[in-house]
Ligand binder design. Structure first.
Ligand code: RTP
Ligand code: MG
Length: 141
């Protein structure tokens, strides 16, 4: 297994629910290290750019509106197999389909307000990390 980095976002619904710490604990207990972090209220332009791959999808506008509805907590997670490990911790996109004990099963209310984002592949992880962090802001191995 390779040491990887992935981009994680705690979305506005979970920040509003005051569960940043509980979600961080899950990352840490799973062996994922938080090597960069910032809280940010995304502008519309930032949210649209971040989710540009979904621009043509019917849910794009709702997704952007939701992502700018309040502050988010953005972090880089580092660890063995970090991308897949984080996706496992997150659970399925639709919380109704998420495995019990996953972040989305426990904290998400709907497919739109689904608590967390996580990169889905090494290529997207690299792009998404660079979207929010400069190399000097990342304190990994
Ligand atoms: P994310 O990118 O946020 O980590 O979520 P994901 O990979 O599990 O899901 P993705 O397919 O990348 O979709 C991005 C976000 O768009 C919203 N979505 N809504 N109404 C719908 O059918 C629908 N499908 C996706 C979700 O909030 C999803 O997290
Ligand atoms: Mg995705």
């Amino acid at each position: 297994m390779a040491l990887e980095r992935t981009l994680s976002i705690i979305k506005p619904d979970a920040v509003a629910k005051n569960v940043i710490g509980e979600i961080y604990t899950r990352f840490e207990k799973a062996g994922l290290k938080i090597v960069a972090a910032k809280m940010k209220h995304l502008s519309r332009q930032e949210a649209e750019g971040f989710y540009a791959v979904h621009r043509e999808r019917p849910f794009f506008n709702a997704l952007v509106e939701f992502m700018i509805s309040g502050p988010v907590m953005i972090q880089v997670l580092e660890g063995e197999n970090a991308i897949a490990k984080n996706r496992e911790l997150m659970g399925a996109t639709d919380p109704k389909k998420a495995e019990p004990g996953t972040i989305r099963a426990d904290f998400a209310d709907s497919i739109d307000a689904n608590a967390v984002h996580g990169s889905d592949a090494p290529e997207t992880a690299a792009v998404e990390i660079a979207y929010f962090f400069s190399t000097t802001e990342i304190h990994g191995r």
